[in-house]
Each structure stands twice: as C-alpha cells, then as structure tokens.
Design a protein around this ligand. Structure first.
Ligand code: URA
Length: 233
C-alpha cells in the first residue's frame, strides 16, 4: 500500500496532507526519514510520524466458500496439492480456513483473517451444528437411523445426538442429511461406517444457520450482516 494511502487509512491525514508530511521530513520508515513519496509500505515496516509509530488495523474479512473435492483446507500442503486459498484471488487479507474439511469432502467452509473468530468457532464448547448431505451405499434401516440419531461408537468415542433425515432413496444408495455437533476426524464417514453404510459423497451444506445455498463449486462470498450476527460477530 502506498505510504500516503497508508497514512490516510491510519487516520493521520488526508492523502494530500500525508504527501506534505513526507515532504516536510516528518515521516520515517524503518527509522530512516522517508524521501520517496511513492513508497510502498510492506509487511513488517515500522512507519513513524513525528516519532510515533503508526499502524493500520487490517479490516476483518469473513468469507463462505464452496470447497471443491480435491482441495486441502490448510494454508499450504506438504504434497503440493491445491489449497482452498488458491481459489481466492481478489482479497488482499491474509486468510485462513476455519476448521477442516477432508480432501474428498466438498461444501461450506469459512475463511477469515480473524483469529479470535476461528478460535471460538472451533472450540468444543461453542461447537455449532454442522449439516452434511451424504450419499451412502445401501439402504438405511430404521435401526440404523435410530443408532445414528442416538449416538454411535466411532472407535473410542461416542457421538452426541444427531439430526438425521433421509432425503431420497435410490435403487442402491441413499441420500441423507445429517447434523452433528462435534468435529472429530472423519466423523461423518466413520458414523455411517459404524452402522454399515459406506459414504461415497459428502458435502457440507450448513454451519449453524449459515447455508451453502447456491454458491457454485469453488465460488465464495462475504458473509451477510445477518449471518455474522448469528455467528456472534
Ligand atoms: N466428516 C467427515 O467424515 N469428513 C468431513 O470432511 C467432515 C465431517
């Protein structure tokens, strides 16, 4: 960001006045008086006006993205696989994903630069219901549905009560919506496996009251004011 814009955003002066401050030798960058009015402020630069440090608070950004299958939800990947952040091309903020979705799972994921929000959202105490649409192999009997709803042992952990609704029964597969309240590793896949159905496709369609809606695969949008309110922002 150009120094005059930086000073304007920090509330020091208008851009024109900022240029005057620079010309008057009142602005220092990294302890040296700035002689270059077109200077681009870089990450980590110490900017001072009349000897006082100046900072610009980064605007908080909250995005909903529709993660495609074949992307990782980390900032970088040791195997060089594409990350969800590769999909975001027009936002300057340094974003990171809130929580995780498997490489093979698609659907709703939040991206933010707000560390407190990310921490709150992933803390077990505040865990919001997460709704997934699963395509599973075979038929889901009443008994299996009842087990999933009540809680199943997924190997050393019993899931808490879940909402489970059959969306459609196909000749050899079933489409199911399931809302869970924890975020254990491979939780939904393991829950269905525990009752004898293999998940063949998994998509997250909601986090709390925020829905994936019509976001296209790989598409993203800012959370609305109402959604932010519902998330306690
Ligand atoms: N449960 C899973 O099995 N995978 C996900 O990505 C999310 C929930």
């Amino acid at each position: 960001m150009r120094i005059n814009k930086f000073l304007a955003q920090a509330g020091i002066a208008s851009r024109r006045k900022a240029d005057e401050l620079i010309a008057d030798g009142r602005v220092k960058v990294n302890r040296l008086t700035l002689r270059e009015p077109g200077y681009d402020v870089k990450e980590g630069d110490l900017v001072e006006v009349d000897g006082k440090a100046v900072t610009v608070a980064e605007e908080k950004v909250y995005l909903a993205i529709n993660k495609p299958v074949g992307y990782v939800t980390t900032v970088s990947d040791q195997f060089g696989r594409p990350t969800v952040l590769d999909l975001v091309t027009d936002i300057e903020a340094r974003l990171f994903p809130v929580g995780r979705l498997d490489y093979e799972t698609s659907g709703l994921l939040f991206l933010t630069n707000d560390g407190d929000f990310a921490y709150r959202m992933t803390h077990p105490k505040h865990e919001l219901g997460k709704t997934y649409r699963a395509r599973v192999q075979g038929f889901l009997s009443r008994e299996r549905l009842a087990k999933l709803r009540k809680g199943v042992d997924i190997g050393g952990f019993t899931t808490s009560p879940a909402t489970v609704e059959i969306v459609r029964e196909l000749p050899k597969q079933t489409i199911v919506d399931i809302t869970v309240h924890e975020g254990k590793y491979h939780q939904v896949r393991r829950m269905f496996k525990a009752v004898g159905n293999q998940v063949v496709e998994l998509e997250r369609i909601a986090i709390g009251d925020v829905r994936l809606g019509r976001l296209t695969s790989g598409g993203y949008r800012k959370l609305t004011k109402e959604e932010m309110k519902k998330l306690g922002l």
